[in-house]
Design a protein around this ligand. Sequence first.
Ligand code: SAM
Length: 337
Amino acid sequence: MVQILPSSRSQVRPLGLVDGCGRTIDHLRLSVTSKCDLRCVYCRPNGQADAPAVRGLLTDERRIELVRFVHEQYGLGRVRITGGEPLVYGSVVRLVAELKRVVPDVELVMTTNGRLLYNKGFELFHAGLDRLNISLDSINPERYREIAGADIGDVLNGIESARFVGFRDLKINTVVLRGVNDHEIVDLATWALSRNLEIRFLEAMPVGPESDFNRRAFVSAAEVQAVLAKRFQLDPIRRDPGATARLFRATSRTARGVVGVIAPVTDPFCATCRRMRLTAEGMLYPCLLDDRSVDMRPAFGDAGLSPTRADALIRSAVAAKGLRGVTQATPMVRLGG
Ligand code: SAM
């Protein structure tokens, strides 16, 4: 890999990337692969093969160049590494280390199913990954297998080892589906709180091939909150600007901690959205629930990234970011959830 110099952003005031609705976009979701080792029912059903790459993948070097450019030019607060499953991507530890070196003042976080954390958690922590969100839709081994098509043991080991190697503020993401895991909401919350883990319950979004199933099995965040309120005292925590979750301090006789609900369908946070996402293949999506995207590969020539072309492409993508998204045909596994 060619050595990319660390960002000199501290000496230059970035311009800020503002969309047509006045929102500042400073969070990038960076998908590094469309491959995943799970087959979650709300994402892609059992047996569905990995989404084949339509075009070549962006190289890590190009990803780093692009992140550096975006940070210097506009200012980035956070890069979230995702997929597919980011931990099945062979060079993910090296990529994290390089990003930390090149943009040290950007928060680097990852969303993962956690199955490979047992092997990679230590290296990721020492490479500079700041935080982890781990997806877990059931704590019942049979149900987990029904939902995700894999053994829950690897995830539970992964969570424990992540904590052991030094990660703090681990967050658990749970997609709630009627008739699948909606009767497990209290058990999941109790399990998480007793381990000092923050858990967030998500509404299923109508994204990709499972859109119809997700609409049929939909459980609203209000319903999840009502279920939690029967078992826990819920005291609202003030939301940071742009935060997606409504958080509560939850207290019962036996447990205490933070739980959250995320309502992208019934209470979309579009008005304060600050995200854009770059797929593993280099397509820049300004909105999760909008099929429109911009191909970033023409920003690269033989001499590397062209700042003029990159700027024009990014601005055209962000200018197209609507006030509110509606639906998305591209599978989540390819978009970078
Ligand atoms: N493989 C990683 C993981 O499992 O966290 C990262 C990618 S995954 C697409 C990111 C997150 O999106 C997971 O928490 C997953 O549960 C969530 N997700 C996937 N499809 C979804 C949908 N249709 N609605 C809501 N959340 C979804």
